[in-house]
Each structure stands twice: as structure tokens, then as C-alpha cells.
Design a protein around this ligand. Structure first.
Ligand SMILES: Cc1cc2nc3c(=O)[nH]c(=O)nc-3n(C[C@H](O)[C@H](O)[C@H](O)COP(=O)(O)OP(=O)(O)OC[C@H]3O[C@@H](n4cnc5c(N)ncnc54)[C@H](O)[C@@H]3O)c2cc1C
Length: 459
């Protein structure tokens, strides 16, 4: 029997996962990954900065979500991972940095007494003490906005002070409009506990190992992890080859690429949603327009290096978050050397400062020089910083972070079903499906590989 030929478009973490899974399956597929850029890894990039290997975007992945860790265990790299040596972050509130309550889950304090008096509304303190029951029974299996759930269970002040900056910062979005089922299913599950959200979160926490790291990374940077994955399947990867369009002819999928034409039995588009939408325009217009409808936020990440003698940052803190109500340009600042031992040479201090939310794109209108200057002003406000960095770097991420509205997972399932009808043999995967992080991207890649195996496998 002929080998089935599968083309994977995109060699970010999602596409590499798809290809790795297909090649490791019992099936006898011929797999080719086509990547526009001269290197693999997509958004996961690490490059030299001030004598360190510093990530340009993502700097770690969540340990709790299984998909990425499982894949990295399989390729034999997990033993080399490190976890942050400082876990505590602060929040910029009322003109000072307040530590996030401990213990907390996604910013929600499990003990109201861990929050300094006066920060939370007294009704909300009472709601936490009473367990955080929702005002009405949550419908089974239905999605809700994170804002609606948290405001209802534990009050506006908890949401605005802690949850909005944390989840809004990670996703560059508006948690009042974010799908809880996609981005924080553990909150939805906990809120269904008979005694309320806080009771549910406490129960989960009691059953989890407090020593387990929250994040992992590699001392050579997150980019090194994808390089190692790419090495495992290097014979199947073709770089510098952009896929321009796809069409159907003679029962096969025809790819027009920057170097010629290719024919495939199956295709997996592991690109950002907008790129997949463009490729699907003629072969599956409905799926294409649904992917185009997914809103994306742009973010910028500025890395700054200071001499230790010129800067004084809070010890034992990994960084701080800035709520949207503060009106600053920055959304968060990470103290890289406090967070990661391998980024602390005892001589210099590295800061990574983020800006950009889906409803605040001021950073995009600024030149690199202006952006650094404005963020330095914000650091003067928040940290009292009056010195200049001796090195700086700006990394721009236009349209990089998908936004997940309530009902997102249901819409994605419908889109995938539509695609299967309109363009059988074409699958999609990426960080716009199950969430924005690395584990969610790997999960999406796993599922796309399974769909190819189910349709074309014979074993
Ligand atoms: C600033 C920032 C910080 C982040 N921080 C974290 C973090 O700390 N932890 C975390 O877990 N996640 C983080 N993320 C998210 C994470 O980086 C992404 O979810 C993940 O890297 C997405 O991988 P992907 O493979 O789906 O997409 P991409 O990395 O975008 O890969 C897609 C690939 O497809 C290629 N491509 C596109 N179109 C074509 C075409 N037509 N032909 C051929 N090739 C094509 C592209 O060149 C690219 O290489 C962050 C993201 C950003 C922007």
C-alpha cells in the first residue's frame, strides 16, 4: 500500500508536535513540514542579550497542564528543565507594590486575611470567608465569562485588583470578555462545588503537591526546547519554503509553495489563525471566515539590562503586574534574575517589561526609542528607578495573542467539523484553539495528529 503523504504547514511548537506525533505513530506516513522562515520554532525564540541567552517572547511553560511536559519527557529533555526560584509576584495598587495574596489561585485569595486590610471591599471579604458561592446554579457544560463568574462569586474588588491584571496580562485581553472554559476551566469546576468557588479551589489545592513547580524552562532558553524537538524530525523539515495557496485536484491537495508545487493526501495547517484563514479562503470559505473572526492582540516586550549598582528591585519577588485602571503603558515587569538562577550573574539586573492589551495598542504607535523611554517612565513611577539601562532590546509581537470569547471551544469544534466537510483531509491546529500557551499549543497539535491518523491510518 502507498505511503500517505502528509504536509504540515508551520514549524512552530504546534507544527513540530504534529509532525513528531505522526512520525512516531505506528502508521507509515511520509511527513513533510514546510516553514516560511529560515529557522524553526515560530514564536519561541531565544537570542543573546547582555551576555545571557534571553527569550524574546515566552520564557516558561505551565507545569500543571500535562501536554507540553509529556512531549518534552518523550524527547528526553525534561531532566534539564529548571523552575523559578522566586514564585511571589506583586501588584501595582494605590501607588505601591503589594504582594499577591498567598495562597491564591489565578490571583483569587483563598484566605481573605492574606490581603492587607482596606484593599478589598468588605462585602467581598465576607464572600470569600463564606466560600464564594455563585448567586445562581451554574449551567452544566455551559461557558461563562471569567469576569462574570469571579465578580459573582467573590466580588468586583477581587476581580479588578487581582484576577484582571493577572489573566488580562498573560493573555493581553479583557477577562470580563474571556472564556472561562478555555482559559481557566479549573475556576468553573471549582465554582460548581456545593460550598462555592473558594471551597472548590481549596479542595483542589489540598490534593495537589505544593512542592511541584508551577513553571519550567530550559537554562539555554525556551527556543532551545523547540530546537531539540526539531532535531528529532530534522529530515522531515524544509525551511525557507512559504506555502502560498492550497487547492484540490485529482483527489489530492495541491500546495503552491515559494519553490514549486507539491501534492499531499493530508494537510495540517499549524500556522497562526490569520494565515490558516488565508490558505482556506477558497477551499473552505466558512472555516476561513470563522478563523478570521478570532480577534488577536499585539504585544511588545522590552528587555533592559542594568548594572546591579544602579538599581534596587524587591528581593525574592519575580516581578509585578499593573492593572488596567492604573493607566500605565506597561502591563507587567519580570525580574528575570530573581525569577531564574541562570539569568543572575550577580553583576547585572535584567528586567522584561511588557506592554499591549487588546484594548490598548498605544505601544504600536511608538518607535522603539519612544517605547523604551515611556516604559522607563513607568518604571520610575512603580520602582522609583532613576538610572538608565546599559543595554535594551525591543521585541514586537503583532497580532500574536488570540482572544477567547465565551463559547470559544464550541465554536472551534464547529469550525473543525465544517472544515472536515468542506475540505476533507485538511486539519488545523494552533495557539488559537485551546488557549495561548505552549501546553495548549501542544494539545492542539496532538489532536490534529490524531485526526490525521484516524482518517488515513491503517494500523
Ligand atoms: C510575547 C509573548 C509571550 C508569551 N509567553 C508565553 C509563556 O511565557 N508561556 C507560554 O506557554 N506561552 C507563551 N506565549 C505563547 C506561545 O509563544 C505561543 O502560543 C506558541 O509559541 C504558538 O506556537 P504555534 O506553533 O502555534 O505558532 P507559531 O509559533 O506562530 O508558529 C507558526 C509557524 O508557522 C509558520 N508559517 C505561517 N504561515 C506559513 C505559511 N503560509 N507557510 C509556511 N509556514 C508558515 C510561521 O513562520 C511560524 O514559524 C507567549 C507569546 C508571546 C507573543
Amino acid at each position: 500500500m502507498d505511503k500517505k503523504k502528509v504536509f504540515v504547514v508551520g514549524a512552530g511548537i504546534t507544527g513540530l508536535t504534529v509532525a513528531y506525533r505522526l512520525l512516531k505513530s505506528k502508521e507509515n506516513f511520509e511527513v513533510v513540514v514546510l516553514e516560511s522562515e529560515k529557522q524553526t520554532g515560530g514564536k519561541l525564540k531565544t537570542s543573546p542579550f547582555s551576555g545571557f541567552l534571553l527569550d524574546e517572547g515566552a520564557d516558561a511553560f505551565l507545569a500543571r497542564a500535562p501536554w507540553a511536559k509529556e512531549l518534552f519527557d518523550e524527547i528526553g529533555i525534561s531532566e534539564e528543565f529548571v523552575s523559578p526560584h522566586s514564585r511571589s509576584a506583586s501588584i501595582w495598587v494605590n501607588g505601591s507594590l503589594e504582594p499577591l495574596p498567598s495562597p491564591n489561585v489565578l490571583g483569587i485569595p483563598l484566605d481573605p486575611h492574606s490581603v492587607p486590610p482596606g484593599l478589598l471591599n468588605s462585602d467581598d471579604v465576607l464572600k470569600i470567608s463564606k466560600g464564594g458561592r455563585p448567586s445562581k446554579k451554574l449551567p452544566e457544560e455551559a461557558d461563562v465569562a471569567i469576569g462574570d463568574l469571579i465578580r459573582d462569586c467573590v466580588g468586583d474588588s477581587v476581580f479588578e485588583l487581582f484576577v484582571d491584571p493577572l489573566l488580562g496580562g498573560i493573555n493581553a485581553g479583557i477577562p470580563d470578555e474571556m472564556s472561562c472554559e478555555t482559559l481557566a476551566p479549573q475556576l468553573l469546576e471549582a465554582a460548581r462545588h456545593e460550598d462555592g468557588l473558594i471551597a472548590g479551589l481549596k479542595e483542589t489545592q489540598q490534593n495537589s503537591d505544593p512542592e511541584l513547580p508551577v513553571f519550567y524552562t530550559h537554562p539555554n532558553g525556551i527556543g532551545h526546547i523547540v530546537e531539540r524537538l526539531a532535531e528529532k524530525i530534522s529530515n522531515s523539515i524544509r525551511k525557507n519554503e512559504h506555502v502560498i495557496s492550497i487547492s484540490r485536484a485529482n483527489n489530492q491537495w495541491i500546495l503552491k509553495t515559494s519553490t514549486g508545487l507539491e501534492a499531499a493526501d493530508a494537510l495540517v495547517l499549524a500556522t497562526p489563525a490569520q494565515n490558516a484563514a488565508r490558505l482556506l479562503e477558497t477551499v473552505s470559505p466558512t472555516a476561513s471566515s470563522r478563523l478570521s473572526d478570532i480577534e488577536h492582540a499585539s504585544v511588545s516586550l522590552v528587555s533592559l539590562a542594568f548594572k546591579n549598582s544602579d538599581i534596587n528591585i524587591p528581593k525574592n519577588q519575580s516581578g509585578f503586574l499593573v492593572p488596567r485602571s492604573a493607566g500605565l503603558l506597561m502591563t507587567a515587569c519580570s525580574f528575570s534574575g530573581n525569577k531564574w538562577e541562570h539569568l543572575d550573574d550577580k553583576k547585572q539586573t535584567l528586567l522584561r517589561v511588557s506592554s499591549g492589551r487588546v484594548d490598548d495598542q498605544r505601544h504600536e504607535t511608538l518607535s522603539d526609542e519612544e517605547l523604551v523611554k515611556k516604559l522607563m517612565n513607568d518604571l520610575a513611577t512603580t520602582l522609583g528607578l532613576d538610572s538608565q539601562p546599559f543595554e535594551s532590546r525591543v521585541n514586537r509581537w503583532p497580532g500574536a495573542l488570540a482572544q477567547f470569547k465565551p463559547g470559544h471551544l464550541k465554536r472551534m469544534k464547529e469550525t473543525i467539523d465544517l472544515l472536515a466537510d468542506e475540505a476533507p483531509g485538511v486539519s488545523i491546529a494552533g495557539s488559537y484553539h485551546f488557549g495561548v500557551g505552549i501546553p495548549a499549543s501542544v494539545r492542539s497539535g496532538n489532536e490534529a495528529a490524531v485526526s490525521v491518523i484516524e482518517k488515513f491510518g491503517i494500523n
